[in-house]
Write a protein that binds this ligand. Structure first.
Ligand code: SAM
Length: 281
């Protein structure tokens, strides 16, 4: 039996029904090449291989090589690369393994790198056709959240700027060995053909969003003015929020607060885009 390494976030799937459900929810055809991140012992990989034209699996832990060979031996349309996905040149992977075309990504992601991996995939020059990923349930909820709730935050805005997220199912700790302490969720992300809002400066838009949610309990005016890297005065932020309210972008379903008292969780992506554009002028 393989000894799971904590430092690589190894929680191997042992529930065959759930493994099957993840592979099904990726909507694969023989035309697809799957990029699987972290094949582990290959439980999911072999099910992906049964559905897709090709599977390229990227695994950081070379010591899993023997087990993976046993699980996947003889499957000529499956290749395993022993690399750190965060250091991989995705352009080169596409060129070498899929004639430069986009992959479908499927992964039971190691929790410690879920966010950077997802953002790397979504911000890629050629984004995946879809990403079907297992993440911590709370993270999945944050990716899918709409304005107004406590799950809605900078991650919701960042993910929904690039993709349409959908919660596929929740997965209990008992589906893994060793069992994680938390519940997981499978999320399917379909990258958008174009951004849902246009912004003058995308980096600034994301910095404003992060600054806005850095102190959730504070008002936007206090939270954004506390971020020294943005260099924004309270008056400037309040003025921009009043302008947004004038444009009808701060509507709160009847519970209208003065614009300068509003908190970040109330702003839609469209409102954040308008706010960043105004503050960046
Ligand atoms: N797919 C397997 C399964 O479902 O049973 C394993 C999932 S386990 C949660 C995460 C896998 O990602 C492990 O095999 C781990 O070694 C691998 N991994 C961790 N960090 C990685 C990285 N930076 N790049 C590639 N693989 C990584």
């Amino acid at each position: 039996m393989v000894h799971a390494k904590k430092r690589f976030g190894q929680n191997f799937l042992i529930d065959e029904d759930i493994t099957e459900q993840i592979a099904d929810s990726a909507c694969l055809t023989r035309e697809d090449t799957v990029l699987e991140i972290g094949p582990g012992t290959g439980a999911l990989t072999k099910r992906l291989a049964a559905r897709a034209g090709r599977v390229l699996a990227v695994e950081i832990d070379e010591s899993l090589g023997k087990t993976l060979e046993e699980t996947l031996g003889g499957m000529e349309h499956v290749s395993v690369l022993y690399q750190d996905i965060l250091k991989c040149d995705l352009d080169a992977l596409r060129a070498d393994h899929n004639d430069g075309r986009a992959f479908k990504v499927v992964a039971n992601l190691p929790y410690y790198i879920s966010t950077p991996v997802i953002m790397k995939l979504l911000q890629d020059t050629v984004p995946p056709l879809s990403c079907t990923v297992m993440v911590q349930k709370e993270m999945g909820e944050r990716m899918c959240a709409s304005p107004g709730g406590k799950e809605y935050g900078a991650l919701s805005v960042a993910v929904q700027y690039y993709a349409r997220p959908e919660l596929i199912c929740e997965v209990p700790p008992s589906a893994f060995r060793p069992q994680p302490k938390v519940t997981s969720a499978v999320i399917r992300l379909v990258p958008l053909e174009s951004a849902p809002v246009s912004v003058k400066d995308r980096d600034f838009f994301f910095r404003v969003t992060e600054g806005a949610f850095a102190h959730r309990r504070k008002t936007l005016v206090n939270s954004l003015s506390a971020d020294a890297s943005l260099g924004l005065s309270k008056e400037r932020i309040a003025e921009a929020l009043r302008a947004l309210a004038g444009d009808g972008l701060l509507s709160q379903g009847g519970k209208e607060a003065p614009p300068e008292n509003i908190r970040a969780e109330r702003l839609s992506i469209r409102a954040f885009a308008a706010l960043a554009d105004r503050l960046g002028e």
